[in-house]
Design a protein around this ligand. Structure first.
Ligand SMILES: Nc1ncnc2c1ncn2[C@@H]1O[C@H](COP(=O)(O)OP(=O)(O)OP(=O)(O)O)[C@@H](O)[C@H]1O
Ligand SMILES: [Mg+2]
Length: 256
């Protein structure tokens, strides 16, 4: 296959960070790597991607594309951070979710990367996101209930036939009682691509409806998302060093 372009971000558990991941990867790919990137809210039941990036009550949505009211091109918004977005809307009405793939397909000509946010429910919405994607990213967090859902999501993803790129381990507190990335990769047989710290700054960024990679670029979460964004397009993210100071007259300490 050519380079994968469409990534479905999935999880079978709500609130693990799918939408946060889509918004931040979108912003990182556009800003840090200068890529043409589209983020799509295919969480039809509870669409919140717009609210993560300051797009409130949009007039044009994926729902309208899916019900053939508007063309896919009419419903693309350009964000000031450089990425494009197709938002969702509440109150779905009998959509044929299988159409998602055919609606997204022509956009592969235009964009370097397309990221699809999805529903946490084991239903046709999730299947549609998986079916429309070239590769799947499964978001998890380091606790047993989420791991159990993650293993189920991995099984469904494997059955869908769309390759799994890897797992994103989010909301990590770096505590001994938590599962580590080795535990998760061994249990699932899937590589853990990124470990994203839990940080209240993510909530602070959300309150301003700005992805943390833009809200607080030197935050650890932001570096983790930028590194992951780079790995998706085969580029090594080099963390910038903003200052070097000499400590005790000899030892060099770097910080950013
Ligand atoms: N690394 C993190 N550190 C702290 N808070 C986080 C982190 N990632 C996500 N959150 C917060 O967790 C909450 C849920 O995140 P998000 O909406 O991205 O999850 P989701 O998987 O898309 O949820 P849903 O299944 O409802 O669509 C949000 O308030 C978000 O700001
Ligand atoms: Mg979400």
């Amino acid at each position: 296959m050519d380079n994968p372009k469409v990534f479905g971000i999935v999880a079978l558990k709500g609130g693990v960070g799918k939408t946060t991941t889509v918004a931040n990867l979108g912003a990182a790919l556009a800003q840090e790597f200068n890529k043409k990137v589209l983020i799509v809210d295919a969480n039809f039941s509870t669409p919140h991607l717009g609210l993560h990036v300051g797009l409130v009550n949009p007039n044009y949505t994926l729902h309208q594309i899916m019900s053939d009211k508007h063309s896919v091109y009419e419903s693309i918004y350009q964000h000031s951070l450089g990425f494009h977005i197709i938002p969702g809307q509440l109150a779905p009405v009998g959509l044929d979710y299988n159409k998602l793939k055919e609606k997204i397909e022509p956009l592969k000509e235009i964009y370097d990367v397309i990221l699809i946010d999805s529903s946490p429910s084991l239903n046709h919405e999730m299947a549609a996101a998986m079916g429309a994607s070239d590769e799947i990213l499964v978001v998890s967090s380091p606790d047993y209930p989420t791991l159990s859902s993650t293993l189920h999501a991995v099984k469904i993803a494997k059955e869908s036939g769309t390759p799994i790129r890897g797992i994103i381990l989010n909301k990590v507190h770096k505590k001994r009682f938590e599962l580590c990335s080795k535990d998760v990769s061994e249990a699932s047989n899937v590589k853990v691509l990124a470990v994203i710290p839990d940080d209240i700054k993510v909530l602070s960024a959300l309150s301003k409806m700005v992805p943390i990679v833009s809200f607080s670029p030197s935050n650890e979460v932001s570096h983790s998302y930028k590194k992951l964004a780079g790995s998706l397009i085969g580029v090594n993210y080099k963390r910038p060093i903003f200052g070097i100071k000499r400590k005790n007259g000899g030892e060099i300490e770097t910080y950013d």
